[in-house]
Design a binder for this molecule. Structure first.
Ligand SMILES: NC(=O)c1ccc[n+]([C@@H]2O[C@H](COP(=O)([O-])OP(=O)(O)OC[C@H]3O[C@@H](n4cnc5c(N)ncnc54)[C@H](OP(=O)(O)O)[C@@H]3O)[C@@H](O)[C@H]2O)c1
Length: 329
């Protein structure tokens, strides 16, 4: 099968290779997915760059956790009826050497979820990380019904889903931060009631003005190091900041605003969702997909052969949305 892979960490063009690798065979409890689309996420870029570890956990890594395709073989213990199902994948490259940047991947069957009819494959390759991250951030700890929610980066891969999902799941009001008028349009089309240009407007002051001085109930935060100071000002007493990313590995926080206003900080990584949380997110996402209730913000579609360009695009932060690769077959 055709595959993209790397055997050492480093810049995309230096380490990513294309070549033929043996086709995998599904083991017990596994399905084999003939991949049609592979999603590229910042996490894949960080692993390939060696930001998590300079040592590769496996001698060769086929990157990317997200993908979509058709099940073409199953291992022992898996119902034959799964053959032919269109599916999307989660955690394909997390703690495993074999992700979706190739023609075939074998996975435990729960990691290949039925893709509802009418959802295109390219969108299926955006679900495992961006959509599940957004949905868990919205659903966790009682959800957002009746709440005012601020989504940082409301035009990004995760943020664009978070804006939509917060609205669908009953948020009273959704405010999104963006950097450009084009991204403001994306966030508004996703359902943001208000947008704030976080780079050129005084963020906390604007959000407080928009909320009559009360602040917001929940912030869904993608760069806590950059935005923490404003976040603590924008939260109402007892409000919560759900953090799924940070541009810096270390940071300092002021203790008194946090404790005096009973603010809550919550962190999570989508790779390690508890089984019950994952099941809730997958079930809710499936319902949304079946109803056609989600827009999928695909910024770039490239062939597998251009994987290095795709990684560079994600790494640059220039893509306003998801970047996906199409497999040759
Ligand atoms: N914890 C998890 O499980 C998890 C899951 C998914 C992603 N993540 C992390 O979350 C981050 C975002 O992922 P993504 O896939 O959504 O990336 P993305 O598609 O590149 O989106 C990031 C968006 O945020 C905006 N942005 C950048 N800095 C910002 C800031 N300081 N304040 C507000 N907006 C800002 C960017 O646009 P402008 O630069 O134009 O503002 C862009 O629209 C990455 O660091 C990723 O590794 C974590």
């Amino acid at each position: 099968m055709q595959a993209a892979f790397y055997e050492k960490v480093g810049p995309a063009r230096e380490v990513l290779q294309l070549g033929a690798l043996p086709e995998p065979q599904p083991g017990a409890g596994e399905v084999r997915v003939r991949i049609e689309w592979s999603g590229v996420n910042p996490s894949d870029v960080k692993s390939r760059l060696g930001l998590r570890s300079k040592e590769l956990p496996f001698p060769r890594i086929i990157p990317h956790s997200d993908g979509a395709g058709v099940i073409d073989a199953v291992g022992d213990g898996v119902a034959k009826v799964r053959i032919g199902q269109r599916v999307w994948t989660w955690n394909a490259a997390w703690g495993r050497p074999h992700g979706t940047a190739c023609e075939s991947v074998c996975l435990p069957q729960a990691q290949a979820v039925l893709l509802p009819t009418g959802v295109e494959g390219a969108a299926g390759a955006c679900l495992g990380i961006p959509a599940l991250t957004a949905l868990h951030a919205v659903l966790m700890d009682g959800g957002v019904a009746g709440k005012t929610v601020l989504v940082a980066g409301g035009a990004g891969a995760v943020g664009h889903y978070a804006v939509q999902m917060a609205g669908r799941l009953g948020a009273a009001r959704v405010i999104a931060t963006v950097s450009t008028p084009e991204k403001a349009v994306l966030a508004r089309e996703a359902g943001a009631d208000e947008v704030v240009f976080y780079q050129t407007e005084p963020l906390a002051e604007r959000v407080l003005a928009l909320t009559g001085g009360l602040g917001v109930d929940r912030i869904i935060e993608l760069d806590f190091a950059a935005n923490a100071e404003a976040d603590l000002k924008m939260l109402r007493p007892g409000g919560e900041c759900v953090v799924y990313g940070s541009g810096s590995p270390t940071m300092q926080l002021p203790f008194f605003p946090l404790i005096a206003r009973n603010l809550q900080l919550k962190f999570f990584i989508v790779y390690h969702l508890a089984p019950g949380d994952r099941e809730r997110a997958v079930t809710t996402l499936t319902r949304m997909l079946e109803r056609g209730a989600l827009q999928h913000n695909i910024a770039a579609r490239l062939p597998l052969a251009e994987i290095a360009a795709a990684h560079e695009l994600v790494e640059s932060g220039r893509a306003a949305g998801n970047v996906v690769l199409q497999l040759p077959g």
